[in-house]
Ligand binder design. Structure first.
Ligand SMILES: [Zn+2]
Length: 292
């Protein structure tokens, strides 16, 4: 029997790993604010996702993956908590269970009621990121569930930090809480952000006061972020008849960042481009000139 290539070269190929993503290889370093940033007034940010991270080509999978973020002045939180309590009462959410789009907002009437309760509230801005998976190329971030999450999460992070930098009255520090996702290594996303920090100089990373992944049961505002993520889903994810419902997004449109002019890109980022948004029957910006 002739020697194997492994024996001839004296190399055990089983120990050689294919090159992985850089974000899986570097050490986690916390984002720590400077003393100057730590002295700024704070914004709290709560982010939740909608859809799954799979390729979107299975019948069970979602055609979109998206996130909704609430960027809120702590002074505005009590009114939002009161709206959440109202929803929990009206939808009879059992005590101890987080209110959720999936469990508590199954009907149009409930969704409209939630939008009506949230629409008058002020002191916060909403940021959305949504990916139309069918428009992504094979071989792109569509094909890796971790990378898809990281790419969307970074677009969200950048937008909430730009909101903090340009907050009315002056820049704020931002305490950022992403929703915990089962079977996802959040440290990979943290490291992806570290890499981006060196490559994306326009993003004010220095305004991060804390960055964590939390369970929706821990924070009232995470439950509210879930409701906004549901509004996003309703607007972009066709039901079994091929219809979408944009009424909830339209109802809260004024809360989306930059919606005074055009929400596209800074308030609602649509990937790979905004074509899927502009062709929705509910799209509120006819003849939109946005280059995104
Ligand atoms: Zn527009």
């Amino acid at each position: 029997m002739s020697p194997s290539l492994s024996e001839m070269l004296g190399v055990d190929f089983s120990t050689i790993k294919p090159p992985g993503r850089l974000s899986s290889q570097i050490a986690v370093q916390p984002f720590t604010p400077s003393a100057k940033v730590a002295a700024l007034p704070r914004l709290d940010v709560y982010i939740d996702e909608t859809g799954d991270r799979g390729r979107g080509d299975k019948a069970s999978g979602s055609p979109i993956f998206g996130m909704a973020g609430i960027v809120i002045d702590p002074l505005a939180e009590p009114a939002v908590r009161a709206a959440l309590r109202q929803m929990r009462r009206d939808f009879r959410t059992p005590p101890g269970r987080p209110l959720s789009w999936k469990e508590d907002l199954k009907t149009h009437d409930r969704r409209m009621h939630a939008a009506n309760l949230l629409a008058p509230l002020t002191g916060f801005r909403i940021v959305f990121v949504v990916v139309d998976k069918a428009s992504l190329n094979s071989g792109s971030y569509r094909d890796n569930v971790t990378l898809l999450y990281n790419v969307v999460a970074f677009d969200m992070l950048a937008r909430v930090l730009w909101a903090a930098k340009n907050w009315p009255g002056g820049a704020r520090q931002a305490a950022i809480r992403f929703g915990h996702v089962a079977k996802h290594d959040h440290t990979d996303t943290h490291r992806y952000f570290q890499i981006k920090q060196n490559r994306e100089p326009t993003v004010p990373f220095h305004l991060i006061s804390s960055l964590t992944w939390v369970n929706a049961a821990q924070f009232d505002l995470s439950q509210v972020a879930d409701v906004y993520a549901g509004f996003l889903k309703a607007g972009f994810w066709p039901n079994e008849y091929g219809d979408v419902e944009g009424a909830y997004l339209r109802k809260i449109w004024h809360q989306i960042r930059m919606s005074e002019t055009c929400a596209l890109n800074l308030g609602i980022r649509v990937k790979p481009d905004s074509a899927i948004a502009k062709r929705q029957p509910w799209w509120p910006c006819p003849g939109c000139q946005s280059k995104y």
